[in-house]
Design a binder for this molecule. Structure first.
Ligand code: PNS
Length: 156
């Protein structure tokens, strides 16, 4: 399970998904609602974008879930959550979630170190940079960048 908000998917996410797909028979990439974040794209839009940019990996499945991540994992017999760690700053919150999820369900969280090329990358930062006209072209697949720029233009 590679869970996230994916609002929108970035090259950093894709790096983790690709590496997870090389390690596991099947990888579910699930769009979950993060209540502490306001989203730019609807869940359906995020699913569509994820499907578009992961279609080259046959063992990757895209889904969404409104509820606890561990309930999805239990229902689908998923034993491992894979998360990317960019920097020490990610660690506190990720450890807290991993321990809570372990306590709630027994599902384990495995941390993968982010490719250093993407260690600064976050969807929230990409959205902010793009809002003010900064170049985000190497941070997202071209189709996703186009969708992002269109959405921001609609909103301005
Ligand atoms: O991409 P994000 O926003 O860092 O992903 C965080 C996410 C969506 C994976 C996390 O907020 C989550 O698992 N939400 C689902 C609800 C849940 O299970 N909350 C308890 C976490 S211990």
């Amino acid at each position: 399970m590679c869970p996230g908000s994916y609002d929108p998917v970035t090259n950093g996410h894709l790096d983790i998904i690709e590496r997870a797909a090389g390690l596991f028979d099947e990888v579910v990439v699930a769009v979950l609602v993060n209540k502490s974040k306001k989203s730019l794209f609807t869940v359906d839009e995020r699913l569509e974008m994820l499907r578009e940019v992961t279609s080259q990996w046959p063992n990757v499945r895209i889904d969404s879930w409104h509820g606890l991540l561990v309930d999805y994992c239990r229902e689908h017999h998923i034993g491992a959550i894979v998360k990317g760690l960019r920097a020490v700053s990610d660690f506190d919150y990720e450890l807290q979630m991993a321990q809570m999820n372990q306590r709630l369900s027994g599902v384990e969280t495995l941390f993968m170190s982010t490719n250093p090329l993407y260690s600064f990358l976050a969807s929230s930062l990409v959205k902010e940079v793009a809002t003010y006209g900064g170049d985000v072209s190497n941070l997202l697949p071209p189709k996703i960048e186009q969708r992002l720029l269109e959405r921001l233009a609609e909103q301005s």
